[in-house]
Design a binder for this molecule. Structure first.
Ligand SMILES: *[C@@H]1O[C@H](CO)[C@@H](O)[C@H](O)[C@H]1NC(C)=O
Ligand SMILES: *[C@@H]1O[C@H](CO)[C@@H](O)[C@H](O)[C@H]1NC(C)=O
Length: 176
């Protein structure tokens, strides 16, 4: 056994410059995601379906449902426009009342330019009935170490049964 560990050996004060962090900056991203639940290019799978109930409002079809997704991030609303990364994570229906809300734990994985390999994490509540939803950005990796901020998202094109796709627009504001 090693000798008793002294307090000073388990933590030490550093300056941000020691790990290459200089002045804080604000970054804005604007992109679209494509949630596809049917057809040949499914990127959102339902992993848990809620038990059927007869007494709850229609929106509650989503209460208790858990989806895992990995959807492309594109610079325009057309899925053929330039791709800058993916959104990967878990979305769960969390509202037992008519307002239709989700818990989201998703990671934006960027694949372009200086952002390639860096990630940002969203953790929070998405109330789907609001026109613009705000979600907290709680952290990141790579170029986004120590990131914090918020995302504003709105439905660009609602679920279309013909294509199995819904398109959502995201604006991210991140400081680190
Ligand atoms: C999306 O882009 C493709 C390829 O450029 C084009 O053929 C298609 O019409 C576009 N779709 C829409 C909805 O604009
Ligand atoms: C992103 O990084 C990966 C891994 O280092 C590399 O294979 C890929 O070519 C890079 N993509 C771009 C667009 O730079």
């Amino acid at each position: 056994m090693a000798a008793a560990t002294s307090q000073s050996s388990i933590g030490r004060t550093m300056s941000k410059e020691d790990i290459g962090l200089k002045t804080e900056k604000l970054t804005h991203f604007h992109f679209f995601i494509h949630v596809i639940i049917s057809g040949p290019n499914i990127d959102d799978v339902i992993v848990v379906l809620p038990p059927p109930t007869s007494t709850t409002p229609a929106a509650n079809a989503f209460f208790g449902r858990v989806d895992v997704l990995d959807t492309p991030l594109t610079i325009g609303p057309n899925i053929s426009s330039d791709r800058i990364g993916s959104m990967q994570g878990v979305v769960a229906g969390t509202s037992p009342v008519e307002e239709l809300a989700y818990f989201m734990e998703v990671t934006f994985v960027f694949t372009e330019g200086k952002y390639n390999g860096s990630t940002l994490v969203i953790l929070g509540r998405n109330q789907a009935t609001m026109k613009v939803r705000e979600l907290p950005i709680v952290g990141g990796t790579g170029i986004f170490r120590f990131a914090r901020g918020y995302a504003l998202t709105r439905t660009y094109s609602p679920f279309d049964p013909k294509t199995g796709t819904a398109i959502h627009e995201y604006n991210l504001f991140i400081t680190n």
